[in-house]
Ligand binder design. Structure first.
Ligand SMILES: C[S@@+](CC[C@H](N)C(=O)[O-])C[C@H]1O[C@@H](n2cnc3c(N)ncnc32)[C@H](O)[C@@H]1O
Length: 251
């Protein structure tokens, strides 16, 4: 993993992964296709990856970050809606919750399960007025954006004064043994399971890609620094075990 240049104004979450898409400019289309084609299996694989803790973890993370009923919430990279669902269970009203995602396939799955406003777009280009939300959350999608500064600048722009951003993300374990075990699990076992579960090869490829983005992601400290550089304050990173990270920042 190469360390990012300090103060990089673009700061991609990882270098181009050309073993998956030949040209860097094809990255977003490639990722979108993988999610579109795997959408119907996403909730199942998410549960497998997390040993069934995915829903509970998201809900606890939102609660710990201070999400409560009455807030106006934007769920960036909403996907099939696992974070959105957790927000609803905390008491956020459907009318106060907007989900955003570039993958039409993921949004269609989301729409089947609940009735909230869904918008097809990317986190680096939020189609909302300044100071629109009390709470902006992004679950496990940081590794798929083009530029962390662009993403966090948008988060800050659409947050009301006093609003909060929460980012849930996986990082590579620090220890060699932890890294090797996670690699075996995510790069080999989970794709194998995906191939057994469906004849659609894109789910297994998505899991292999998932691992590559984790292994190649910029270090957590670079994410913290990019959040601070965007103007968000009181930025904190909390870790749970060797791989789970919650980043929060206030506007
Ligand atoms: C691993 S899923 C996470 C879904 C959901 N947030 C969750 O916690 O389960 C990643 C999602 O990020 C979306 N995504 C990819 N590129 C994105 C971008 N530039 N901006 C916002 N979302 C993006 C994908 O379409 C996909 O739905």
């Amino acid at each position: 993993m190469k360390s990012p240049a300090p103060n990089d104004p673009v700061l991609a979450p990882h270098a181009p992964l050309t073993e998956f898409y030949q040209q860097p400019e094809n990255r977003a289309t490639y990722v979108n296709r993988l999610f579109d084609n795997s959408a119907q299996y996403y909730d199942w694989i998410s549960s497998v990856l997390s040993f069934g803790m995915d829903k509970l973890y998201r809900r606890m993370a939102l609660q710990k970050a201070g999400l409560r009923a009455g807030m106006r919430v934007l769920d960036v990279a909403t996907g099939t809606g696992l974070v959105a669902e957790a927000a609803l269970r905390i008491g956020v009203r459907p009318a106060d919750l907007i989900g955003l995602d570039p993958s039409r396939g993921m949004l269609l799955e989301n729409q089947k399960a609940r009735s909230i406003s869904l918008i097809q777009s990317i986190g680096e280009r939020l189609p909302f007025a300044d100071r629109s939300f009390d709470f902006v959350v992004m679950g496990y999608a940081l590794r798929h954006v083009e530029s962390l500064p662009a993403l966090f600048t948008e988060f800050r722009r659409v947050l009301k004064p006093g609003g909060r951003a929460l980012i849930l993300e996986i990082s590579r374990p620090d220890s060699q043994i932890g890294f090797k075990m996670l690699r075996l699990y995510m790069q080999k076992f989970v794709p194998w399971l995906a191939r057994r579960h469906t004849s659609n090869p894109d789910l297994a490829t998505l899991m292999e890609y998932y691992w590559a983005t984790i292994a190649e992601c910029v270090p957590p400290q670079s994410i913290v620094e990019a959040l601070r550089a965007s103007g968000l304050t009181d930025v904190q990173r909390k870790t749970y075990g060797p791989i789970l990270n919650d980043y929060v920042g206030n506007n």
